[in-house]
Design a protein around this ligand. Structure first.
Ligand code: BTN
Length: 329
């Protein structure tokens, strides 16, 4: 298991390379800043190479980073990460059953807010409403973030909506594509699902202990890589954009946008987030069917409440407030 608690030295080295922006840094300078020998610097460089970082070493000039691998290890995520705390601790594993399960365990053991669990492959990825989440190796982002918001438990669904907005902003920033949100938290590109969000809450009746935000993003899959039964309803960013995307870069941007919105939310409440959410929402003002556990309701989606519930007006002008459902447009 490649653990995320990498040494501070390694972290500093990656920060130095990020600051250098592709320019050379001399071995002397690196060893002075890191406070270690030139031989130790060389060892760190070798380890980064083993992980797939391409590093050039030139006598008298030093080292420079040529390219980073399309992996989602702690190193790739932390190289150039601009957040204050989110993702500063990364728990990476090549393969897991579900990142949610690990994050839940870490949260229970007291992991800090902003701790990220991420993996290249999930063998039992969990979706909403007891469904499975298809999480093949090396093509998507399968991650879970631990939050400890000082809010009452009934407000936790707002964090799901907040996350959807943050991911839309991040996708827009990295790819230029503007996604749609289908209530509560599906992110669609050209009507097909590209991102799923699963929020799990640990709380007492009056206090939240932790919220695990599970995020699954289809990034680099080709059409053929999706199982046939979901090909018509699922897509990836690469399919829509026509080129591959560096997953770690997108993870960084998701963490950054999430952290910004989360701070805004804790300071100013849900209103500003709700406005942003409505800007991305496709279902508002449209006739939809909401399939809840207690049956289906047809009507017009009016919007969301300040708590994040969907307001659906049926033919008799009766307004239903929906907590959880599948929406058909
Ligand atoms: C949905 O059904 O739309 C939600 C899917 C959430 C999938 C993500 S992938 C990372 C995290 N780990 C899981 O097992 N599920 C979530």
């Amino acid at each position: 298991m490649a653990h995320g608690s990498q040494s501070d030295t390694r972290k500093k080295l990656l920060e130095l390379f990020a600051e250098a922006n592709g320019d050379f840094i001399s071995g002397q300078k690196i060893s002075e800043i890191l406070g270690c020998s030139r031989a130790a610097v060389w060892k760190h460089i070798e380890e980064l190479r083993k992980e797939g970082f391409e590093l050039e070493a030139v006598r008298r000039l030093g080292y420079r980073i040529v390219s980073t691998p399309d992996k989602v290890t702690a190193n790739e995520i932390q190289l150039g990460l601009k957040t204050e705390t989110f993702g500063h601790f990364v728990h990476f594993e090549e393969e897991v059953a579900s990142t949610q399960k690990i994050a839940l365990k870490l949260a229970y053991e007291g992991a800090k807010e902003g701790t990220l669990v991420i993996s290249e492959l999930q063998t039992a990825g969990r979706g909403r409403m007891g469904r499975k989440w298809f999480s093949p190796k090396g093509t998507g982002i399968w991650m879970s973030l631990i939050l400890r918001p000082p809010i009452p438990p009934q407000k936790a669904p707002q964090l799901t909506l907040l996350t959807a907005v943050a991911i839309c902003q991040a996708i827009q920033q990295v790819t230029g594509i503007v996604p749609d949100i289908k209530w509560p938290n599906d992110i669609l590109l050209n009507g097909k699902k590209c991102v799923g969000i699963l929020t799990e809450l640990q709380a007492d009746p009056d206090r939240v202990h932790s919220v695990i935000i599970g995020i699954g993003v289809n990034v680099n899959q080709t059409v053929e890589q999706f199982p046939e039964d979901i090909r018509t309803i699922a897509t990836s960013l690469a399919i829509e954009k026509g080129e591959r995307i560096k997953r770690a870069r997108l993870v960084q941007e998701i963490l950054l946008q999430l952290e910004k919105l989360y701070h805004q939310y804790l300071q100013h409440g849900f209103r500003p987030i709700k406005l942003l959410w409505e800007g991305y929402a496709v279902s508002i003002g449209k006739k939809i069917t909401a399939r809840t556990l207690n049956g289906s309701i047809k009507g017009t989606a009016l919007g969301i409440t300040d708590e994040g519930l969907l307001m659906l007006e049926d033919e008799d002008k009766h307004i239903h407030y929906i907590h959880s459902a599948d929406i058909q447009l």
